[in-house]
Design a protein around this ligand. Structure first.
Ligand SMILES: Nc1ncnc2c1ncn2[C@@H]1O[C@H](COP(=O)(O)OP(=O)(O)OP(=O)(O)O)[C@@H](O)[C@H]1O
Length: 269
């Protein structure tokens, strides 16, 4: 079976600056939950944007389920893969249900309306994200967590097989963070959706992800299961911190104790 995503030798940079991402290779298996971690400015969002086709690599190739991403049409990409960003742009003066209906657009012909079986998918997307009760509310009347769930419901209405998420829990309190992570876990485990998520909370990465890829200066420096990655040297070399690693129910948990050498940490050094 083709990997859900295969990225080969990706390179990306801005004019007059050294490449931000260089020689980046990644394979994500269908049904896997991959976490991308790394210091600020290490290129995580840039990689995710290239995978989502929001940024075009200067060189290298991305395959989505074995197809060349660069030559796929927009609707085929949107029927296969979707991305939930940290914050969303767009008007909030819309009901949750109307927002979720927009997720059906890649499946509709230009003359078609969201009706019949498409409305059933909207019902399903609202249900799996626990938004049915709030579906007639305007986004303006929702909390940050409920709003993020509404956007996720729209993503689900696309019935994607691959879900990309860029720090989706950043603005959520801890209860809403866990709620969103549990929800994504059920989408991953029950619906078989492949998940690629950039996240800063390393303990959450260890708890939820099958595999962690750590980036520094635009390249992958460590990867493996959370247990393989969570080593004292990893925290020193990638984040410049001293940390102790404990195990809770088989899951590694780190506790930071200080900055290595007491030097200001150079994120992109
Ligand atoms: N428009 C731009 N022009 C020049 N450099 C940019 C631009 N946008 C981003 N960068 C640089 O690209 C590098 C990688 O940024 P990116 O957002 O991918 O990192 P990140 O690992 O996601 O960071 P963070 O954890 O802070 O979100 C950073 O050094 C950033 O300053």
């Amino acid at each position: 079976m083709n990997p859900a995503i295969a990225a080969d030798q990706l390179k990306y940079g801005y004019e007059r600056s050294a490449p931000i991402v260089n020689g980046f290779n990644l394979k994500v298996a269908a049904g896997e939950w991959l976490g991308i971690v790394g210091p600020n400015g290490s290129g995580k969002s840039t990689v995710l944007r290239m995978l989502a086709r929001l940024a075009t690599p200067q060189s290298g190739k991305i395959e989505l389920e074995g197809r060349d991403l660069a030559s796929m049409d927009n609707k085929s990409v949107a029927r296969t893969m979707t991305m939930l960003a940290q914050t969303q742009e767009g008007a909030l003066d819309i009901t949750v249900r109307d927002l979720v209906r927009r997720g059906r657009n890649p499946h509709l012909k230009w003359y078609e309306e969201c009706r019949g079986p498409h409305e059933e998918v909207v019902d399903w997307a609202l249900q799996v994200t626990s938004m049915t009760r709030l579906q007639h509310r305007s986004l303006l009347e929702l909390s940050g967590g409920e709003r993020q769930r509404s956007w996720l419901a729209m993503c689900m209405a696309q019935t994607p097989r691959v879900l990309l998420l860029d720090e989706p829990t950043t603005y959520l309190d801890i209860a809403h963070q866990l709620e969103l992570m549990e929800l994504i876990r059920s989408l991953n485990q029950d619906q078989g959706i492949t998940v690629v998520m950039v996240l800063h909370d390393l303990n959450q990465a260890a708890r939820f992800c099958d595999r962690i890829v750590a980036m520094k200066s635009g390249a992958i420096v460590r990867q493996g299961t959370p247990g393989e990655v969570f080593r004292v040297e990893f925290f020193r070399e990638v984040f410049g911190i001293e940390a102790k690693v404990y195990y809770d129910d088989g899951v590694p948990v780190y506790l930071p104790s200080g900055i290595v050498n007491k030097q200001p940490h150079e994120a992109t050094a």
